[in-house]
Design a binder for this molecule. Structure first.
Ligand code: ADP
Length: 635
């Protein structure tokens, strides 16, 4: 088996050998074990489910949260001549049906599917007929409500497992605390616990923190100090542009990026940055997932992040190529208050949330008792202005409804116009005879595109309009008419974000969150922020150590390079000596305050100097505090 999987790796990817753990994970899957793989960002998670799927006959279903990610992976597989498809809310009914049929009767190898599609009848009816060899769950932390990115539709995965109980499952993630790790295996109904964990320690990535009131000055300094590609993360869309303009004024090539840009703009900026034509990307957290640029040398956070999980992922985009890279987090006093304000705003009152639910139903014209799994183009700004709603609270309410499993919101994706005939050629001919006024239009469509009877074909309304010497709107009107008559299925192009109702609309008074549930959610969010706050406010513990301990690693080593380690190195003491002094000083001071000379005297003559250096460091870094009467005590 080992030879077989190595040759698959070489044949399809051209990589010489597996990275540490990849092979163990793949072999575990091939033995039929349910498997959870924790690998750092860039660790090569995709290969751990793609290779075993290729090693056996049959189809692998991959559940993934982001349409952009799915599209990327499918394109990547297709480039390697592997038959892969994606099903998501950007497709119409007919397209989904065709793909699913292909999965039953064709030779599809990978089916990427967004979790909210798993419980559709169309999928469930066909699932038992598919020859499945593996279920893969990407970004598996999304299944846990203890995770920072809980997505209720992920819960459907355990239901589909019960339909195909013998098919093994692999779950992969780059961010999971110990609680989340256990929860993933439980929620996915693992037959037995089985985790492969590669330490999240990143040898070549340096984590630094600076308290800084003049952030723009510092940013410029950092970009001058570290050459090469950089990402600058900021909290909101407005700042992306402000900082990018500031950098450009200072002769540093920069783009700004956020979810409010059109897909075309985002693609262009991303491409120029990927090709290193532009050095710096200033972005909100919308940028990054699925982006695989190896040579990012610097990641700067200009605002404090919401939680360690998010910070770790964003900072982790530096140095994927293994070369030395650095992450900086800049914070100021105002940040903490600002973060707390944002946190409050992300939990609107429950009454307000149900009001939003109701307005949403009206806006999308869904009647009570209907609407399950219907998808709509959805622009939040239009929704807000129609009902005069405050943007921030509305956004937070929608996010809350999403977390509770009522709706799902998807990123803006571009889908081109598509068309397929629903009748055969003979019937179409009859139609043309009966409707002479539409006949030449039908004729033109037939002449302009091929394959329309068998598949959805991308069309360009503008090209049709030019040939007809007419306006594009006339063409669209004509196509809509033919669609209404049941002759063809026409899906106009769309770039809007999508909103899907996950269950039938209920009366808004039934939208209830138990107070306990609501407050628990809020409490967890506050705790997450407290953890990240203690990360950046600490001045006495190695940054890398704090991060790794958060993810449950025991006794991670000091990195020796971060701002904290660096200062400690200045004491000139070896780690061993420093720890020896610390071990002695801490219990003494905890027992009661002492004068410095008393404390020093407890060390032998030989160690006086060293003890003094270590104690001075502990004072500088807030571990030891001196009271007015000169006595030292442990903080
Ligand atoms: P992740 O999803 O863990 O962030 P990916 O699966 O996207 O990472 O892989 C990151 C990069 O590493 C990809 O470019 C991939 O082709 C490459 N890679 C993965 N495994 C190997 C390997 N064994 N040898 C060389 N490159 C690899």
């Amino acid at each position: 088996m080992k030879n077989k999987i190595v040759s698959i790796l070489q044949q399809y990817w051209g990589h010489k050998s597996f990275r540490p753990l990849q092979e163990d994970i793949i072999l575990s899957v091939l033995e039929g074990n349910d498997t959870l793989a924790l690998l750092p960002t860039g660790g090569g998670k995709s290969i751990t489910f793609q290779v075993p799927a290729l090693a056996n006959d049959g189809l692998c279903i991959v559940i993934s949260p982001l349409i952009a990610l799915m599209k990327d992976q499918v394109e990547n597989l297709k480039k390697r001549r592997i038959n892969a498809y994606a099903i998501h809310s950007g497709l119409n009914h007919y397209e989904i049906e065709a793909i699913l049929n292909n999965c039953v009767y064709g030779d599809v190898k990978f089916l990427y599917i967004s979790p909210e599609r798993l419980e559709t009848e169309m999928f469930l009816l066909r699932l038992p007929k598919m020859k499945l060899n593996l279920i893969a769950v990407d970004e598996a932390h999304c299944i846990s409500q203890w995770g920072f990115d809980f997505r209720p539709p992920y819960r459907s995965i355990s239901k589909i497992r019960s339909i195909v109980p013998t098919v093994p499952i692999i779950a992969v993630t780059a961010t999971a605390t110990p609680k989340v790790v256990d929860d993933i295996m439980e929620q996915l109904a693992f037959k037995s616990k089985n985790v492969f964990r590669q330490s999240f320690y990143r040898e070549n990535l340096l984590y630094n923190v600076a308290f800084e009131e003049n952030k723009t000055g510092r940013l410029l300094q950092l970009l001058n100090e570290y050459t090469g590609t950089a990402i600058v993360y900021v909290r909101n869309r407005r700042k992306t542009k402000e900082y990018a303009d500031f950098l450009i004024r200072n002769n540093i090539g920069a783009h700004y990026y956020h979810a409010g840009l059109t897909p075309a703009e985002r693609d262009r900026k991303q491409m120029e940055w990927l090709q290193s034509k532009i050095r710096v990307m200033v972005s909100t957290n919308a940028f990054g997932m699925g982006i695989d640029k190896p040579d990012v040398r610097l990641v700067v956070h200009m605002d404090t992040p919401d939680c360690i999980e998010a910070y770790f992922q964003e900072a982790g985009r530096g140095g994927r190529d293994g070369k030395q890279s650095v992450a900086w987090l800049l914070w100021s006093k105002a940040d903490i208050a600002e973060s707390q304000k944002m946190l409050e705003a992300s939990f609107p009152e429950p009454d307000f949330i149900s009001k939003i639910y109701n307005a949403l139903g009206n806006y999308l014209q869904i009647v009570v008792g209907a609407g399950k799994l219907s998808t709509y183009d959805f622009e939040i700004s239009d929704f807000c202005s129609r009902y005069s709603l405050p943007a921030m609270e509305t956004y937070s309410s929608l996010k809350f409804l999403e977390k509770e499993g009522y709706i799902s919101l998807s990123d803006a994706i571009y889908s081109p116009s598509r068309l397929k005939f629903l009748v055969d050629k003979a019937e179409l001919y009859r139609f043309q005879l009966e409707n002479p006024s539409l006949s030449s239009f039908v004729e033109l469509i037939l002449r302009s595109f091929s394959g329309l009877f068998t598949d959805f074909v991308r069309i360009d309304e503008f090209a049709l309009a030019r040939r007809m010497n007419a306006d594009k709107s006339i063409v669209i009107k004509g196509l809509r008419q033919l669609d209404k008559l049941g002759l063809l299925a026409y899906t106009p192009a769309s770039t809007s974000p999508k909103l899907t109702f996950l269950s039938d609309r209920i009366h808004h008074r039934s939208v209830i969150f138990s107070p306990e549930h609501y407050f628990n959610r809020k409490k967890e969010a506050i705790e997450r922020f407290e953890s990240v706050k203690s990360y950046f406010t600490s001045s006495s513990k190695c940054r890398s150590q704090i991060l790794l301990e958060y993810f449950g690693e025991t006794n991670p080593r000091r990195c020796g390079m971060c701002d904290v380690c660096e200062k400690r190195n200045e004491t000139g003491l070896s780690e061993y000596k420093f720890n020896e002094i610390l071990k002695k000083v801490k219990p003494m001071l905890k027992a009661g305050p002492m004068l410095p000379e008393e404390l020093i005297a407890s060390f032998g003559i030989m160690d006086n100097e060293k003890a003094l250096a270590a104690i001075r460091w502990m004072m500088d870094n807030g571990k030891i505090v001196q009271s007015k009467d000169g006595k030292l005590f442990w903080k």
